[in-house]
Design a protein around this ligand. Structure first.
Ligand code: F6R
Length: 619
């Protein structure tokens, strides 16, 4: 949430910062702002609304040229998305500017104190008080003015909550200072230039060399060096890493939306998620994993923690873990976990699933699990992010950068990675024979092709989505692993098309939700394979008949050639035959296309749905 960029180097800071903000806009688009240091002054501009509004303002009144600067795209927390609440915020003298991602929890006390001491606030944000706290530090009564980094360390020690802060000051004109607690911040190392950003996407066009900034650390970047300390000023060694994707991966490349591009990339993403998972002897080998087999043999319970779409991946992973490993698995919303008095032991394996690796609810749940001495395995897409860094082990999903706010390729790669983790656990615990594991792996290797086939059959999905653009409500039904797919279909439609959409376990319909069915109501049903799951198949065919009898319009996702369900489908979307546990990998794709097309037909911004942001770094 909120995108932050800082730059010190030889280029025009404005251009670098605007380029970075364009790549970070998916993190928040309530407002945007920049500040540039030039000629002993700070010039700044900020506008409510999307980055385009700021760019228009800057085209009319460009700031003076300068090579040190910062920028921000906002997802509003404290204060409405207005011009005054947009970042950057300045102090009373206008000599420093600061941008912020997160929430400062002791905001009210600090603000009261600052106002009592004569500071003048012009916004409702918690960020502005940081500018004034920095001002106090820079103007100490005894005249011993600290560096901007020193002032930042002193201020951070007084703050409660979550924050990434980045600041510039005319009295320290060559430096940009960043600090982080629980919100993301990375350094980009260039040649004669350095970058600070919430996400590597901001500087990928300039450098692929990056460094992680740890919890409670302050980074100072100048054109020629990077210095990192903890909040007490002790130097810390940072971990450098190389970004393994190109700037092109974060471009739309001719697609109308990032989401359509990311949906189309899924066969490749699924294939990449499987690369290097099997050794020469055909045994599963998880390169990034740091848990030893002895610890995994002792696991007697699995708890999966995640939010949103990643939670749905967890619900599907539960079926695979229980089926292949014969270990009880529960899936919890990370945002609820800490407050539910969870029972964890040393032999509980916690699997935290997160695309961004920065979702604060999941990060806090991971910390809680580790405090209870459970081992945590992260299934994550973004390298160097907080959740894998704070876990005992990690399996990266290798989906590549996901820019659209709605998660698509990350979800499919989370599924595939969870299947692989479940198979690995089954291998270590001896609950599957090597031949059985090899058979599943064979099916997994065919999944990229299966997804490609589904993508080739999307015309009827697009057509029906456009036909339904005027509807107010859509229901989604599924059973077994089809139930989380139904939940995912409903979530996608809510977030993109702003329609009322609900996912139900089809068997639960008769216990209440069937009252919602009225003539013409679109009902999307995910049907299991008739060959592999005949009983469940028959039951869901009955469920379809029940809603149809009450006038519902049925859109059925079923295996190619499923003659039993065809008579009850107003629209039939065919899926290639795959083993039952793997069906979500193919069945989710039409629902992504459906939501994307319907949102587009309703005239919405598919990549930046209202009120949302990628990477939710507040609780
Ligand atoms: C929905 C979506 C969100 C995320 C959720 C968790 O399309 O993208 O529901 O899945 O916010 O995010 P990560 O996976 O980054 O922890």
């Amino acid at each position: 949430m909120c995108g932050i960029v800082g730059y010190a180097g030889g280029r025009q800071a404005l251009e670098v910062v605007l380029e970075g903000l364009a790549r970070l806009e998916y993190r928040g688009y309530d407002s945007a702002g920049i500040a540039v240091l030039a000629g002993g002054k700070i010039s700044w501009a900020k506008r409510a609304g999307k980055l385009g509004n700021l760019q228009s303002a800057l085209a009319e009144v460009p700031p003076p040229a300068g090579t040190v600067g910062l920028g921000h795209t906002r997802w509003a927390t404290h204060g409405a998305p207005t011009d005054p609440n947009a970042h950057p915020h300045t102090d009373c003298s206008g000599r420093l500017a600061v941008v912020h991602n997160g929430i400062i929890e002791n905001f009210a006390d600090l603000r009261r104190d600052l106002l009592a001491r004569g500071h003048v606030m012009t916004s409702e944000t918690d960020t502005e008080l940081v500018a004034h706290l920095l001002e106090d530090e820079m103007e100490q009564a005894d005249g011993a003015r600290p560096s901007l980094a020193g002032a930042m360390r002193a201020v951070c020690r007084r703050l409660d909550g979550t924050f990434t802060l980045v600041a510039v000051d005319v009295r320290d004109p060559d430096v940009v200072v960043g600090a982080r607690r629980n919100s993301p911040l990375v350094v980009g190392r260039g040649n004669g230039e350095n970058f600070l950003a919430s996400d590597v996407a901001a500087f990928i066009a300039f450098t692929k060399e990056a460094a992680e900034i740890g919890q409670d650390q302050v980074a100072e970047i100048r054109a020629d060096r990077v210095t990192v300390t903890d909040f007490d000023g002790a130097p810390v060694r940072v971990r450098d890493f190389t970004i393994d994707w190109d700037a092109d991966a974060a471009e739309k490349s001719g697609f109308k939306w990032f989401m359509t591009k990311e949906i189309a990339e899924q066969p490749r993403a699924v294939a990449d998620a499987l690369i290097g998972r099997v050794d020469r002897d055909g045994r599963i080998a998880l390169d990034e994993m740091r848990l030893d087999d002895e610890a995994l043999r002792a696991v007697d319970r699995v708890v999966v923690l995640a939010c949103g779409t990643a939670y749905h991946a967890g619900l599907i992973a539960k079926h695979a873990i229980e089926h292949w490993c014969k270990i009880g698995c529960e899936v919890q919303l990370a945002s609820e976990f800490r407050y539910s008095d969870p029972i964890l032991t040393r032999s509980t394996l916690v699997i935290a699933i997160s695309q961004s690796g920065e979702t604060l609810d999941t990060l806090m749940a991971v910390r809680h699990a580790r405090e209870q001495h459970s081992r945590v395995l992260a299934v994550c897409n973004v390298k160097g992010s907080s959740i894998p860094r704070e876990s005992d082990a990690v399996v990266y999903t290798h989906a590549g950068p996901e820019i659209a706010v709605a998660s698509t390729k990350a979800f499919l790669t989370q599924l595939v990675s969870c299947y692989v983790v479940a198979l690995y656990l089954a291998q270590v615990q001896g609950t599957l024979y090597a031949s059985e594991i090899a058979e599943v792996l064979g099916h997994l290797r065919r999944m990229p092709d299966a997804v490609e086939q589904v993508l080739g059959l999307m015309e009827p999905v697009r057509r029906i989505a456009r036909e339904l653009a005027g509807e107010r409500c859509v229901l989604f039904l599924g059973r077994h692993v089809g139930y989380p797919v139904a939940l995912e279909g409903a979530l996608k439609l809510k977030e993109l098309a702003y329609m009322h959409a609900e996912g139900f376990a089809a068997g639960e319909l008769k216990h209440g939700p069937i009252a919602l069915i009225e003539p013409g109501l679109p009902v999307v049903v995910v049907v299991p394979s008739p060959g592999d799951m005949p009983v469940l198949h028959d039951k869901i065919v009955s469920n379809i008949q029940e809603v149809r009898a009450r006038g519902a319009r049925t859109i059925v996702l079923a295996e190619r050639g499923d003659a039993k369900v065809a008579p009850y489908a107003d629209t039939m979307i065919e899926l290639p035959p795959v083993p039952p546990l793997l069906q979500p990998v193919v069945a989710t794709v039409p629902l992504q296309v459906f939501a994307c097309e319907l949102a587009d037909a309703r005239g919405h911004d598919v990549d930046q749905p209202r009120n949302l942001a990628k990477s939710v770094t507040v609780e």
